[in-house]
Design a protein around this ligand. Structure first.
Ligand code: ADP
Ligand code: ZN
Length: 429
């Protein structure tokens, strides 16, 4: 099912023509921003130097730090009277960045969300409960406007009060939800405790933080949904940048709205499809805050094969941001990779927490893992075997040496929004 089939499947020369046209418009818009005017001078280029999409490489990269230095309105390219909304990033990696929108931006953004929800199978017959924060966080209003655009009943549930959320899910006949994967696990847990039946629920949209493929069967079975990965970031409107189709093999990144590159985060060189690197995006449809070659910090790759659904470009599931990557005794690992390994082991419960210390100049990783009630109340021997199994799997698959502590259900924190699963106590990080 398509929301806008013509654009979603546009390819070849037609796509290139559209992209270059929009890219050139974007470049012109950026010339109202002193940061970009100066960068163009420094690089010795003018907007006319960009004639093909490949010329994008001539443009300067923009970083989160640049945006932070422009706090709050240094990157606004329109008169403030044309700005109709402000959001900020969650501030996961430092001072929040301010993002601004014109009325046209809000419309363009809801269009992308409408495409995503339609791609997941949602229609105006659906009832959609949006269980993320409705404040400055873009996931609340962003999804809300998109689901209203397709005509679904839209419930601005926000986060928290999980029991009430579950009552609404069953009493309002909710068929589709959106929340972070961490909160989804909490909702599943509380629903099970309450003995609630969520038999109408069929679509689960999970995003705003990395999650692993191994979590998918848990979410699908326990909530009775088909799970879709949703990727976005505030600087690029918010959620809606890339989203899974029903093939569940990578996320379609909207090629008419975002020009995508993958670069080597160290050298800045462009990488070909199939190679992992940092996602760099030039949004093509942003007015209030146009950006050029924005370094998302997120690690992924372009999937070279076309998707059977007929839509264009796909990126692989985002494993995490480059600054989330842990370096433990020289081994590089993302928390989502740890999650992927441990979630596949039977007996492991919903929550885990990674702690890293430096002891006598060596990194020591401890992982506290909740186990299922059955496992916790079973034989001690079984628990010991599970502990060994987890440690061995992490050693074999990720080369990590860890101390594993198995704990009972309810011992570790639950999260309503983005989870924080790593405590890094090393002094110099
Ligand atoms: P902040 O950068 O402060 O967390 P945002 O709320 O804009 O602010 O978060 C965007 C970031 O969230 C992305 O850059 C990415 O790191 C992460 N993210 C969002 N969706 C996903 C997803 N589906 N998979 C992995 N990471 C995601
Ligand atoms: Zn597809």
């Amino acid at each position: 099912m398509f929301w806008n089939e013509e654009i979603e499947t546009i390819s070849g020369e037609d796509l290139q023509k559209l992209q270059i046209e929009r890219l050139r418009e974007t470049i012109l818009r950026t010339q109202s921003v002193p940061f970009y005017r100066e960068k163009f001078k420094e690089f010795g280029i003018t907007p006319d130097d960009i004639q093909t999409c490949d010329d994008v490489k001539k443009l300067p990269l923009t970083t989160k730090k640049d945006l932070q230095q422009g706090y709050p309105f240094g990157f606004v390219a329109v008169p403030m009277r044309d700005v109709v909304r402000i959001h900020t990033t969650s501030g996961t990696t430092g001072k929040p960045t301010v993002v601004t929108y014109t009325a046209q931006d809000l419309d363009n953004w809801s269009e992308l969300i409408a495409r995503n929800l339609t791609m997941a199978g949602m229609t105006s017959d659906d009832v959609f409960q949006n269980m993320v924060n409705y404040g400055l966080f873009t996931g609340g209003l962003g999804f809300h406007y998109g689901s209203e655009k397709i005509g679904a009943v839209s419930i601005p549930a926000g986060t928290g009060n999980t029991e009430r959320q579950i009552e609404m899910l069953s009493e309002f006949g909710v068929t589709a939800i959106h929340c972070t994967p961490s909160y989804a696990m909490r909702v599943a847990e509380v629903a099970e405790e309450m003995g609630a039946t969520l038999d109408k629920l069929k679509i689960g949209v999970f995003g705003a933080e990395p999650w692993s493929e191994a979590l998918r069967p848990h979410l699908e079975r326990r909530l009775g949904v088909e799970a879709f990965d949703s990727y976005g970031m505030s600087e690029l409107f918010g959620p809606g940048v890339a989203f899974e189709c029903k093939e569940h093999n990578g996320l379609h990144i909207w090629h008419d709205s975002y020009y995508v590159e993958i670069i080597d985060p160290k050298t800045g060189e462009n990488l070909p499809p199939g190679q992992r690197g940092e996602l760099v995006i030039t949004p093509l449809m942003k007015h209030a805050m146009p950006l050029l070659r924005y370094r998302t910090g997120d690690i992924t790759m372009l999937i070279p094969e076309p998707c059977p659904c007929g839509r264009g470009m796909r990126i692989a599931r985002v494993t995490g941001r480059s600054d989330d990557m842990l370096i433990i005794r020289g081994i590089n690992v993302f928390p989502s990779q740890i999650e992927h390994v441990i979630r596949q082991i039977p007996g492991v419960g919903d929550q885990y927490m990674v702690t890293i210390d430096r002891v006598h100049y060596l990194d020591e990783m401890t992982i506290d893992i909740e186990v299922t009630d059955e496992m916790f109340n079973g034989e001690l021997d079984q628990l010991k075997q599970l502990q060994l199994r987890v440690a061995r799997a992490l050693k074999e698959r990720l080369e990590l040496r860890t101390t594993i502590n198995l704990v009972g259900r309810g011992s570790l924190p639950r999260f309503e929004g983005k989870a924080k699963r790593v405590i890094d106590n090393r002094k110099d990080v």
